[in-house]
Each structure stands twice: as C-alpha cells, then as structure tokens.
Design a protein around this ligand. Structure first.
Ligand code: MN
Ligand code: MN
Length: 304
C-alpha cells in the first residue's frame, strides 16, 4: 500500500479555527477556547477525509526570519508589532500554547526550526519523502510545492476547514493561470501585500500571468529583458530591468527552503495518547475532552 504523508501548517489551522468558531466557546475558567477545540476537530476532519498514513504538524519556529528581513526589510511588515512579534488576535496566544503542549502529549509528531518558517519545514519534509504528500495550509506560498508527477498536493484552508479545497497542478493553473513551478514567479511579479512584496511597477495579476507563461518565469523574463531584439514590450523590459534587484531578493524570500536542518521526523500516526495525564489535565483546563476524543477516534480509524 502506498502511504500518504500529511504535513500540517499548524499556524494556518489554528488561525482558521480561531476565526471559524464562535467566540462564545470558552474554557471552564472563561478564556476563549475555540481555537483549541477547532484545531483538533479540524485535524480529525482532515484525517477522515484524506486518510493519511503519516502526519507531522509543522510549527512556525520563526514567523519572520531575520535572513528574509535582510533580503527584504518590508517582509510581513504590516503584520508585525513594534517588538517584532506577530500581531495575534485576542486570546489566541494562550490557546496556541495549549495546542503546542497537547500535540506531543497526544503523540503527534511536530517539526520546527528557530530560524525558519513552517513553509520551509514543510518544503523540507516534503523533499525528504518519496511518498505522496498532502500539505494542509492557508498560506498561498505553498502552492509552489504542488507537483503532479511527485504527487504533492495542497489542501487550501482559505475559506475554512470544512470548505478546504484540494489543489493539484491543474487546480493551481485554473485559479492563478500559471503552473505551480511558476507560482513564486507569478507572486513576485504581481506582488503580495500580505507578505509585503511590492511587485513590479505596472504589472498586475493578468500581465504577470502572460509574462510568466510567455517567457518561462522570472529567469526567462530577465533573459528576454537583457536580450536585444526580444519581443518583450519596451515598457515591460524597462520595468523588469529596473526591478532586477527586487526580483532576485523577492524570489529568494518567497521560495520555501527545502533543506532546513530539522531532525528526521517519525511521521507515524499517533496511537493512544503518549502522556495521558497531561492530555487529561489540558482537556479539563480547556474544556476540550470531546474534541480530543474525536481526534483520537479519527486517527485510530485511519490505522485500522
Ligand atoms: Mn507560512
Ligand atoms: Mn508564507
């Protein structure tokens, strides 16, 4: 039987859970608990729907690594607080701490690195396996990993966990107009305000698609811009040449690193909780015992 590794962008999942569930869901002590409950219910739904044989929750070791900031000082600037931390909505941080404590107690493998984003850890674990991979994320950057030949797909959470959409190469091409291997080129040319990528002057989404597909991504576009007698329209040639430095930096910033030095992760699906006492204590503290039970049942159903 061919296995399937599910790589979870954990932060995407808890953000969707936080916004997708009513704020009236509370822990016994009155703190908001929707993100904790929704996170584990979401994992259960995903496990039942896609039947993975392995699972790793990839954590955001560094949401805005210094090396990316060195390349592009405005990277994710709109989402940063004065102290450099991410502007998180009310009551999310403590729920994240609970989720991060519950995962190992439940026996779910996690992977993270203090100098890299979850994007990079996911790309690394995907690069290390020959098995089909399903990446669960709400981060558009990860469309760059979609690869039909190697059976890499993305479950995109933008519209919520229950409305998750499965993207293969054709679905990426249909939504964005470019092949997944050119997704980064497309995003860099068009720009991505939520990540602080300004894009190239005068190039909107439609032009970005045409340029990428006509010239073969940014590498081909730069070659065409440098070549006398290429058919690249003069206004684009000028814009591409003027943006040469931006293009080089933005491609590096936007390309997920696939050789992060994270230890080999044992992706085996968890069985019964590894640390039952801890799971029970946290379940009681957060009022999430039934969500954790649903999660366990969904995982064990996959193993049967
Ligand atoms: Mn990300
Ligand atoms: Mn990203």
């Amino acid at each position: 039987m061919v296995g399937m590794l599910m790589l979870i962008d954990a932060a995407s999942l808890w953000y969707r859970a936080y916004y997708g569930l009513p704020s009236s869901i509370k822990a016994p002590d009155g703190r908001r608990a929707g993100a904790v409950r929704g996170f584990f219910d979401g994992l259960a739904v995903l496990a039942r729907k896609y039947s993975p044989t392995g699972m790793v929750c990839c954590l955001e070791g560094n949401w805005r690594p210094q090396w990316r900031l060195d390349l592009m000082p405005g990277y994710k600037a709109d989402r940063a607080l004065a102290d450099g931390s991410e502007d998180a909505p009310e009551g999310l941080d403590e729920q994240v701490a609970a989720i991060e404590a519950l995962l190992p107690a439940l026996g779910v493998t996690t992977a993270t690195h203090p100098e890299y984003e979850a994007d990079d850890v996911i790309a690394t674990l995907a690069a290390r396996t020959a098995e089909p991979v399903l990446v669960v994320t709400g981060d558009r950057d990860l469309f760059q990993l979609v690869d039909d030949e190697r059976e890499r797909k993305v479950v995109y959470l933008a519209r919520g966990i229950s409305k998750a959409e499965l993207f293969d190469g054709e679905a990426v091409a249909t939504k964005f107009g470019v092949d997944p291997r050119h997704y980064v080129d497309f995003a860099v040319l068009r720009g991505d305000p939520s990540d602080g990528l300004p894009g190239v002057k005068g190039v909107g989404a439609k032009t970005a698609v045409t340029l990428v597909n006509t010239y073969g991504g940014i590498a081909g576009l730069k070659a065409a811009a440098a070549e006398d007698g290429s058919d690249l329209p003069e206004r684009h040639r000028k814009a591409i040449n003027e943006a040469a430095d931006y293009l080089d930096r933005a491609v590096k910033v936007s390309t997920a690193v696939s050789d992060v030095p994270v230890p080999t992760a044992d992706a085996t699906l968890p069985g019964l909780p590894k640390d039952r006492a801890k799971v029970e204590a946290l379940a009681e503290e957060w009022g999430v015992a039934s969500a954790l039970k649903r999660f366990n049942e969904a995982i064990i159903a996959q193993e049967a």
